[in-house]
Ligand binder design. Sequence first.
Ligand code: SF4
Ligand code: SF4
Length: 325
Amino acid sequence: MSEKPKVAFYWCSSCGGCEESIIDLAEDILKVVEAVDIVFWPVAIDIKRKDVEAMEDGSIAVTFINGAIRLSEQEEMVQMLRRKSGLIVAHGSCSHLGGIPGLGNFWNKETIFNRSYHTTPSTENPDGVVPLEKTEVDGKELTLPAFWDTVKTLDQVIDVDYYLPGCAPPRDLIMNALGAILEDKLPPKGAVLSPNKSLCDDCARNESKPEKMEIHEIKRPWEILMDDEICFLAQGIICMGPATRTGCGERCIIGNMPCRGCFGPTDQVYDQGAKFLAALASIIDTNDEKEIEKIVDTIVDPAGTFYRFSLPSSILRRKRMEAIK
Ligand code: SF4
Ligand code: SF4
């Protein structure tokens, strides 16, 4: 009997939703288990780091890594998994683009620790304890991974072969990716495993866009009763569809919520936030500077909105440290 291809799953800085996306394969996971040998998956099976270290380099056919890179331990683990794996797939928005953890790049370690361990209203920390990389307890040294100032995408740390986009990637894209790997029908290295066109191209509301779209103010979803057939942008609601890759099945739009951009940009777009800003500027209906300022002021947290999933992969990468000080 020929040996089944070995597959690994690992998570870095993420919420756990991408791990859920594997569990959500439901009965399809049985097909996966039948076709491959899962050799490392910390969330589900008890295989230790030393066991992976002992595996031969290149012996894992493919490793799916979700989450951005924030800690020294994550950097070490993904470097080791790169050596052990034939293919690396960045699984989900955080490893692909930086994702929600990447919004931490608007701050640095000092400001994040200060907020988390000292100033949140629910914090009670009279001794001002913060996590340290080394601590002496009863004559023994305890260690924690280093917390970097800057969150990185997976491909800013190791070579990545393919990207599965989404927060989290949907079941059909995961199964298609596994199928393509098993049947050796993969596209060229570096491909994002989802169609290369914008979400608007597939959105049922696209036809509701007026010929000349013009907006006079920006609303948040809770501020109006949203029509469930009309394009969100035409209703004055920020929808990242024009700057976002399709492939999710328009799942937020179908739930009557605008797109937040978790699939990232298409291949033609270098910076998702800048692309959306250009799309938005083209539909603001005035040339009066003061009026433009007034409309733009109605956007709550524009940088966090336009770069919600993509800040570490954008041309900005992070906020300048001098600006934080
Ligand atoms: S902007 Fe949003 S709602 Fe409008 S067509 Fe594009 S994806 Fe659909
Ligand atoms: S609609 Fe946008 S935010 Fe929602 S799943 Fe699709 S790409 Fe992600």
